[in-house]
Design a protein around this ligand. Structure first.
Ligand SMILES: [Ca+2]
Ligand SMILES: [Ca+2]
Ligand SMILES: [Ca+2]
Length: 311
């Protein structure tokens, strides 16, 4: 009895101490009058809201009402490269490092790119955990792999990130600022979204508003705080049906270009409105889902180019 009462007292005392040790939420306001160079042009700024299907970009990848093949950016049946620019303040994404290996742990980082399917195979995603890039894929069934980078990306600077998957053997690589950051074997096979995929009922009904989308900046199902959203800037997303990087390279010095291997290219340079335009010939346009306490995400001319600049 004494021990249990003492335990309860400790719990009551400890709770406020834990809260007081947590840094206050960083403001997430639109930054005006900063240096005009985004990385490149305008960028999207996410605030990490992570609820109510807002504070994210959504690009439809399948129509669950039919079996028509998805758009070109529904990659996974061939080699692929997904690359972008990002900038995050130190501490803005609070997830610590996750154990990597034959698991799904990428989903426990602050999620940058989510092509998950709720409790089904053939999926992938990217997050930031411990200030490093984490990339994972799943094949059919329960075959998973998560690889973890070691190069810090949450330092207030712009970084070019590329994740790649080789179709012949499922091999995964992560590249940060032109350097190989992580690599390892992954599940084999086609991991594109099945054209006849049927979302399961884990979303207050079938997950038709989350599963068949590529989501940027948040965990697509809003499953809870254990699967947090990303807070920071995101720019210049290009999805390709080839492995673009095999050795150390100089990061692109301008906006990505579209070529025959480009499955989708979003510059996020629109001045207003809710559309994000795919400038590749595939025209797979997406939408900004704006809302929440910050009215996020924002369209911003952010930072001062590759050197970080004004916060
Ligand atoms: Ca379909
Ligand atoms: Ca498909
Ligand atoms: Ca841009």
């Amino acid at each position: 009895m004494i021990r249990s009462r003492f335990g309860a007292l400790i719990a009551v005392l400890a709770l406020p101490l834990i809260i007081s040790c947590d840094p206050p939420p960083e403001p997430c306001m639109q930054e005006l009058d900063v240096a005009p160079a985004g990385r490149f042009g305008r960028a999207i700024r996410f605030c990490g809201t992570g609820i109510n299907d807002i504070d994210r970009v959504k690009i439809a990848i399948d129509d669950p009402t039919n079996t028509v093949p998805g758009p070109a950016m529904d990659v996974g049946a061939t080699d692929f490269t997904i690359e972008w620019w990002m900038r995050a303040h130190p501490g803005a994404n609070r997830t610590g490092a996750v154990p990597c290996g034959e698991n799904l742990n990428w989903i426990n980082g602050n999620i940058l790119i989510d092509r998950d399917r709720y409790n089904q195979g053939r999926k992938y995603g990217v997050s930031v955990a411990g200030g490093r890039i984490v990339f994972g894929t799943s094949g059919e069934g329960d075959l998973h792999r998560t690889i973890c980078g070691s190069i810090p990306v949450a330092d207030g600077q712009w970084h070019h990130v590329a994740v790649q998957r080789r179709i012949s053997d499922g091999y995964l690589t992560v590249w940060v600022d032109g350097k190989l950051d992580a690599e390892g074997p992954g599940p084999i096979g086609d991991i594109s979204y099945p054209d006849d995929g049927v979302p399961r009922s884990f979303c207050g009904g079938p997950c038709v508003n989350s599963d068949p989308y590529l989501v940027i900046g948040a965990e697509k199902h809003d499953a809870g705080p254990a699967w947090p959203a990303y807070r920071g800037w995101f720019d210049e997303l290009r999805i390709s049906t080839t492995l673009r990087y095999a050795a150390e390279f100089d990061v692109p010095s301008g906006p990505f270009q579209s070529d025959s291997a480009t499955a989708g290219l979003w510059h996020f340079d629109e001045e207003e409105g809710e559309s994000v335009l795919d400038s590749s010939p595939h025209s797979t346009h997406g939408v900004l889902r704006i809302g929440g306490p910050f009215g996020a995400p924002f369209r911003e001319r952010s930072g001062a180019g590759g050197e970080g600049g004004a916060l």
